[in-house]
Design a protein around this ligand. Structure first.
Ligand SMILES: Cc1cc2nc3c(=O)[nH]c(=O)nc-3n(C[C@H](O)[C@H](O)[C@H](O)COP(=O)(O)OP(=O)(O)OC[C@H]3O[C@@H](n4cnc5c(N)ncnc54)[C@H](O)[C@@H]3O)c2cc1C
Length: 382
C-alpha cells in the first residue's frame, strides 16, 4: 500500500498549486465581487492542458487520468472554487459524456475544442421541477423526420452561457419503456440553435465567478445525429457521469477545506489578542488541528474512490462516501475558518468569506448529501 503520489502527479499538483497562487489568487476576488467570468484564467488553464487532463492524446487530451483531474481541482479550490467548478463541470460534465458515449464524428467535431479549453460544454440534467429525482424529467424530444424537436427547460446549468460555450448535452424523455417508465435519452444542442434560449445568470450565494443559467427549449430542432450514444440510455449515462463527477466534487471540497486550514494558520500567527497571537491559544490550535484532520481524511476518501475507479473496480459507494464526507468537511472547515478570523471573516475581502459562501453548494450539487446517503445505503443492500 503506497499513499504517495507518483512523480507525474506530484509535478502536476505543484504546477497547478503555483498557477492558483500566482494567476488565480490576485484576480479572483474582483471577478467574484463583480460576478464576471474569468476568461483569461480559463484561457491559461487551457494552455496548461488542464481541460484535457484525463483524455487520450488522440483526442487532443494530455493522456493523464481522472485522478490527475482531481489533484488539479483540489489545488485550484484551495484558492478558489469558482475556477475549480468551471474546470470540473467543463471536463467531467461537459466533455466526458461526449468522450464516453459520442460517435467518432461527434468526438472529432467537439473534443479538440473542449479539451483545449477553447470551448466549454454544459450538462443539462436538472430541471426547475426536478433535480434529485431525475426520473421526473419533463423535457421531451420527439423525432420529426431527421430532426429531434425539443421542448422543456433545464435549471442551474454550469458553463451553459459563456461566450465560449459551444453546446449543452440535454437529457429528455424520448418515449416510454416496455415497463411503462420514461425512456430518457441524451441529445447534443449546439449554442445558438434556434429555439434554445439561455436566461441571464442566476444571482447566487456563492461560486459567483462561475457561469450558471436556466435554459429553455421551445420547438428547438437539432439533427437526429445529435443523439448522444444509444436512444433510451440517458439514465445509465448520467448515472455513470455523476458517479465519476462525485469523486471530482470531493476533490474540490477537499481543496476548499485545505484552503481554510491555510488561511486560518496564517491568520492565527498574525492576529494578536490579549497580548499574544491567537494561535498560542489551545482553543484555536484545536480548531485548526480538527480542520486538518477533516481535510486529510476526506482526501483519503477521494483517493480511495479514484483508485478503485482507475482499477476498473466498483466505486459507486466509495465515490458517494468521498463526496458526502468531503462536502461536510468543507462546510465545517469554512465555518471554523470564519470563526478564527473573527469579524474579518465576515468581510468579503478575506478569502475565508468566499470559502464560506462557496462551501454550502458542495452538499447540494451533483447529488445532495441525502442522495449520497441513499446511494450508500442501497449499495449496502438496503
Ligand atoms: C450552482 C449550481 C450549479 C449546478 N450545476 C448543474 C449542472 O451543471 N447540471 C445539472 O444538471 N444540474 C446542476 N445543478 C443542479 C444540482 O445538481 C441540483 O440542485 C441538485 O441535484 C439537487 O436537486 P434540486 O435542487 O432539484 O433539489 P431537490 O431534488 O428538489 O431536493 C430538495 C431537498 O429534498 C431532498 N430530497 C430529495 N429526494 C429525497 C429523498 N428521496 N429522500 C430524502 N431527501 C430527499 C434533497 O436532498 C434536498 O435536501 C447545479 C446546482 C447549482 C445550485
Amino acid at each position: 500500500m503506497d499513499f504517495r503520489l507518483s512523480e507525474e502527479h506530484e509535478a502536476l499538483r505543484e504546477s497547478v498549486r503555483d498557477f492558483a497562487r500566482e494567476a488565480v489568487a490576485p484576480v479572483i476576488a474582483e471577478h467574484y465581487e463583480r460576478h464576471t467570468f474569468p476568461y483569461e484564467i480559463v484561457r491559461q488553464m487551457g494552455k496548461m492542458g488542464l481541460f484535457g487532463l484525463p483524455f487520450p492524446e488522440e483526442h487532443g487530451g494530455m493522456g493523464g487520468d481522472y485522478f490527475a483531474l482531481c489533484l488539479a481541482l483540489e489545488e485550484l479550490a484551495r484558492v478558489d472554487s469558482s475556477v475549480a467548478i468551471t474546470l470540473e463541470a467543463a471536463v467531467s460534465l461537459g466533455a466526458m459524456p461526449i468522450f464516453r458515449f459520442g460517435t467518432d464524428e461527434q468526438q472529432a467535431r467537439w473534443l479538440p475544442k473542449l479539451l483545449s479549453g477553447e470551448a466549454l460544454a454544459g450538462f443539462g440534467l436538472t430541471e426547475p421541477g426536478t433535480g434529485s429525482d431525475a426520473g421526473g424529467t419533463q423535457t421531451r424530444a420527439v423525432l420529426d423526420g431527421d430532426e429531434w424537436v425539443i421542448n422543456g427547460s433545464k435549471a442551474f446549468i454550469t458553463n451553459s452561457g459563456t461566450d465560449i460555450t459551444a453546446l449543452v448535452t440535454v437529457t429528455a424523455v424520448t418515449g416510454t419503456n416496455p415497463d411503462g417508465s420514461k425512456e430518457l435519452s441524451t441529445i447534443i444542442v449546439p449554442s445558438g440553435t434556434p429555439g434554445f434560449t439561455v436566461a441571464p445568470g442566476y444571482s447566487k450565494v456563492g461560486w459567483n465567478a462561475s457561469d450558471t443559467h436556466e435554459l429553455t427549449f421551445d420547438d428547438c430542432r437539432v439533427p437526429a445525429g445529435n443523439l448522444l450514444g444509444e436512444r433510451g440510455r440517458g439514465f445509465a449515462q448520467f448515472l455513470r457521469i455523476l458517479d465519476e463527477g462525485r469523486i471530482a466534487i470531493a476533490a474540490l471540497a477537499v481543496g476548499l477545506a485545505q484552503g481554510c486550514v491555510d488561511e486560518s494558520l496564517k491568520y492565527a500567527k498574525e492576529r494578536q489578542a490579549f497580548g499574544q497571537p491567537i494561535g498560542n491559544y489551545q482553543a484555536i490550535q484545536f480548531k485548526i488541528a480538527d480542520m486538518e484532520l477533516k481535510a486529510h481524511t476526506a482526501r483519503l476518501a477521494y483517493h480511495d474512490a479514484a483508485a478503485r475507479m482507475l482499477a476498473g473496480e466498483p466505486f459507486k459507494r466509495q465515490a458517494a462516501i468521498a463526496k458526502l464526507h468531503a462536502s461536510t468537511v468543507a462546510v465545517d472547515n469554512a465555518r471554523e475558518a470564519t470563526q478564527i478570523h473573527g469579524g474579518y471573516g465576515f468581510m468579503n475581502e478575506y478569502p475565508v468569506a468566499r470559502f464560506w459562501r462557496d462551501s454550502k453548494i458542495l452538499e447540494i450539487g451533483e447529488g445532495t448529501s441525502e442522495v449520497q446517503r441513499m446511494i450508500i445505503a442501497r449499495d449496502l443492500g438496503l
